[in-house]
Design a protein around this ligand. Structure first.
Ligand code: PLP
Length: 554
């Protein structure tokens, strides 16, 4: 018997925005008052921050997530990598935008069934779908779950296929652990650790870091002149915030920090603090190099040679140097959106990183692709009034970029909240009519959605629209909002009913046979899926209420 009667909406965007309302309002007002509304500083700043966060060289903001996908495929065609009629393998179980990005460009979608326990593309079925026309695999980190597996990376390598990620639902998620020596470690922090500071501390630390940058010591100035502007082929930053520390110099690609010790580093208390910090950062996988000021000032060449030699021995954890893509035994954890050749991101308001309207982005390490996407999304122009491609106007507004830059700072924290909610659901839901997807390590799931499958064992395949709808109505009558993701799979949509690639999947009219269903697992998921409330603002009390309701459902 359930006593309280709460109202738990599926997702309250109003509450989500209010979480950081003051900062968002400040950002919006700043843009309004600036008089500059497109292609300005706000775009540049967000693109830089998001590229750093995802771990790619480039980020190109655009109008929405569907456009991001459309531009990736179109750019591959413009660059001569693909041509219309080529095939792209993608999961059958996804939001239709994944298909639309492909079909918009005259490419042929080849749908592959998901696994029933993960709901993500079944990597055991991909190889059979590869033909001489196959040019790419498009994976979708659906529901916030990492869909990338070592097998998919190996297939891309074996058949020379592009790997494109639809990262619309998984901002902040980490990729698979590819280095066998790192297996068995259970959290990304053990493998690598977070770049960003604890958000409550971040502003304070960043303020100090800015000050330090403005007032460098003599030694810091010398070091910066040696490292800046990719001088030694690596990108360094100075006065960079990691966790609750400010490191003097930092190379993200190698996880390498460099510290300069002035006189005060020899006092005992400072020494203890330094040692503690070194231990902490080293445990998280960072490598620290320390030099004294006089060492640097007397022998800058020697110091630089040491840095180069240490860096050259460290593995890079950029996507393009991951072990299963390039061989070797390095490799550390990287985020979804940097695992393949390019990724499309959506910042639709309800996504984990959501704007206050439509917004999207492409991330990639490929310079040519980046330049082409940037042009396509800006009328096909790289230079004002010169048009290389027949593009469209698909730009990211300055206001949206400013809002996204605020929300990006809190993304890890928001995702962590989602992971705590998911833990309650996983540990609390016990009902024989409900199946939960296989639980992944938190590093590999940012829980954009919390899908459950409502089964009716008496129905063939266990699926039951009737039962699922009854659960939906029961929860609704108890004040709980749920949504189906998605009620009709893309291959069964009217818009694709006449497509040749899809013809075998279309039910035939009455009297013309039964209509072969080639994607039964996808259909079973669409007939039994229901998504429970999850987000950065839902409370533990609300989650427990929902769990009680579900456990009492018959
Ligand atoms: C939301 C979404 C998109 C499209 O993003 P929009 O910004 O809404 O255009 C693409 N793929 C998936 C999987 C999505 O969930």
């Amino acid at each position: 018997m359930i006593l309280n009667n709460m109202q738990v909406p599926f997702l309250s965007l109003k509450d989500v925005t209010a979480l950081h309302g003051a900062e968002i309002n400040e950002a919006v007002t700043r843009v309004v008052n600036s008089g500059w509304y497109l292609q300005g500083e706000e775009n540049a700043r967000f693109e830089r921050h998001y590229a750093d966060y995802i771990g790619t060289k480039h980020c190109i903001g655009c109008a929405n997530g569907l456009d991001a996908l459309i531009w990736i495929w179109r750019a591959y065609i413009e660059l001569g990598v693909m041509q219309p009629g080529d095939e792209v393998i993608l999961p059958a179980n996804t939001y239709i935008a994944t298909h639309l990005g492909i079909t918009e460009n005259g490419l042929i979608p080849v749908c592959v069934e998901p696994k029933l326990d993960t709901l993500e593309i079944d990597d055991d079925r991909i190889e059979a779908a590869i033909t001489p026309r196959t040019k790419a695999i498009c994976i979708v980190h659906l529901y916030g779950r990492c869909a990338c597996t070592p097998k998919i990376l190996d297939l891309c390598k074996k058949y020379n296929l592009k790997l494109v990620e639809d990262n619309a639902q998984a901002h902040g998620c980490w990729g698979p652990i590819l280095n066998p020596s790192l297996k068995g470690r259970t959290s990304f922090a053990e493998v690598f650790g977070a770049h960003t500071a604890d958000t409550t501390q971040y502003d304070l630390l960043e303020g100090n870091a800015v000050n330090n940058r403005k007032n460098p010591t003599e030694a810091e100035e010398v070091m910066w002149s040696l490292l800046k502007a990719n001088n030694i082929g690596l990108h360094f930053r100075r006065q960079h915030v990691i966790l609750n520390y400010i490191v003097d110099f930092f190379c993200a690609e190698k996880g390498l920090t460099i510290e300069l010790d002035g006189g005060y580093h020899f006092d005992l208390q400072q020494k203890e603090y330094d040692e503690e910090r070194t231990k902490h950062l080293t445990n998280l996988g960072y490598t620290e190099l320390r030099f004294t000021n006089s060492e640097l000032l007397c022998n800058p060449e020697g110091v630089l040679a040491k840095i180069k030699s240490v860096a050259s021995k460290l593995p890079s954890f950029r996507a393009n140097s991951l072990p299963s893509l390039q061989g070797g035994d390095g490799g550390r954890l990287v985020r979804t959106g940097s695992l393949g050749d390019a990724a499309g991101h959506s910042f639709y308001p309800g996504k984990n990183l959501g704007a206050l309207g439509d917004a999207g982005a492409v991330t990639t390490n490929d310079d040519d692709l980046a330049a082409c996407v940037r042009a396509l999304a800006n009328y096909g122009s790289q230079k004002k009034y010169v048009f290389q491609y027949t593009g469209r106007n698909s730009r990211l507004d300055e206001i949206q970029a400013a809002v996204l830059d605020v929300k990006l700072k809190y993304l890890d924290q928001d995702n962590q909240h989602r992971q705590e909610v998911a833990k309650l659901y996983y540990e609390g839901i016990h009902n024989p009519l409900i199946t939960l997807p296989k639980r992944l390590d938190d590093a590999n799931n940012v829980y954009h959605l919390f899908p459950i499958l409502v089964n009716n064992p008496s129905l063939q395949g266990g699926a039951g629209v009737g039962l699922r709808d009854r659960l939906h109505d029961y929860l609704a009558s108890n004040g709980v909002g749920t949504v189906i993701h998605y009620p009709i799979p893309p291959h069964m949509q009217e818009c694709y009913a006449k497509e040749l690639w899809n013809v075998y999947n279309t039910p035939l009219p009455a009297g013309e046979g039964s209509g072969e269903r080639l994607l039964p697992i996808t259909e079973q998921i669409h007939n039994s899926e229901l998504s429970l409330p999850i987000g950065p603002t839902i409370t533990a009390e609300e989650v427990v209420y929902i769990i009680d309701l579900i456990n009492n459902f018959q």
